[in-house]
Design a binder for this molecule. Sequence first.
Ligand code: PLP
Length: 382
Amino acid sequence: MEFETSKQFVRADQKVHIYSDALLGNLGKIRAACKPETKICAVIKANGYGHGISQIVDILKQGPVDFFAVANVYEAAFIADIVEDKKILILEPLHTGYASDAVQLCTRKGFHCAVVDTEALQYIQTCLHNTNDVLNVHIKVETGMGRCGIEAKKAAELIKKIRTFENIRLAGVYTHFSTAAEKNLSYATQQLERFKKFLSGQSLLACKDIIIHASNSAAMLNMPQAHFDMVRCGIALFGWAEQPNALNVSLDPAMKFEASIVQLNRYKKGQTVGYGRTFTAARDTLGAIVPVGYADNYWRLYSNRAVMKISDNFANVIGRVSMDKTILDVTDIAGVKVGQTVTVIDNDPQSECSVYRLAELADTICHEVLTSLPPRAARIIH
Ligand SMILES: *Cc1c(COP(=O)(O)O)cnc(C)c1O
């Protein structure tokens, strides 16, 4: 299986600043909020939540991470050579559509792989037949998420089956909550009870060498009774999880996205701005053109709604966000210059252009704002 690392186009006038201290600080706080024996799995799928997967691995591997979790085998292969002594967990269930050399790669590199059906187990065994290699698998149990897991009865059969395969080892059993980020945790608690029932029915809680895990960031922060042997945290590491939370963990955002003004433009009172003429200047207006647009996932629905920060002032987006450009009203901000830095996404959680605020404007969650960070922006590591 080949993984091409083609040359990536990067532009220096868009900067995604990554703050190592914040990342490692959040990791340390998560570590401290869990029991000392609880393992920490840093979830870094989707290009490290948009920040840049290699950069994030390089920083987090300096801290108390036990596993890095990725969505698929391609991401796992991409980071395999930089994780050093940390393990990798692949969350997408391994299936018969994998090339046999992908299965062999997982085994050779020591990846832990989710499995949810007997066909996949049979297939893994066939791929590894006549070798001494053993693949570590984690069974994902459906408890109410309604996505990739398998129901308890089938999971029990799968566990029994694994014991008959020489080249497969049961390394973990897990589940995933669908509502851990909501205020009302009653459904999440029901899921937890179903999971616990399964674990005790299978006598799994006493097995020291099987990692039991269930919690994402929200559950880690608000359901300490669901930590089990490992927590899987993504958004909390990047500093944008539930605040406040049951464990009183305060997090620091680890990213700021900046660009710089490329042009200043004077609009006369009554003049319209941009495509569709959605903004009419109510007064003589000074516009600043920022080279970030919907091609950078600065979404078109931010048109006439979002703000960006210039020094310590917030400037309204006026008119439609276009492919590569957004226009700000900087009439009331003194001394604005071409080349001046603009904060597009702020690392201050209280800011009017924080990830929280943009997520709210776009009717989405912080995860989606972060994974939409433009890959073509330069990454600056602090
Ligand atoms: C993405 C993911 C996580 C991490 O979720 P956060 O909300 O970012 O902490 C944990 N577990 C699974 C199975 C996931 O897919």
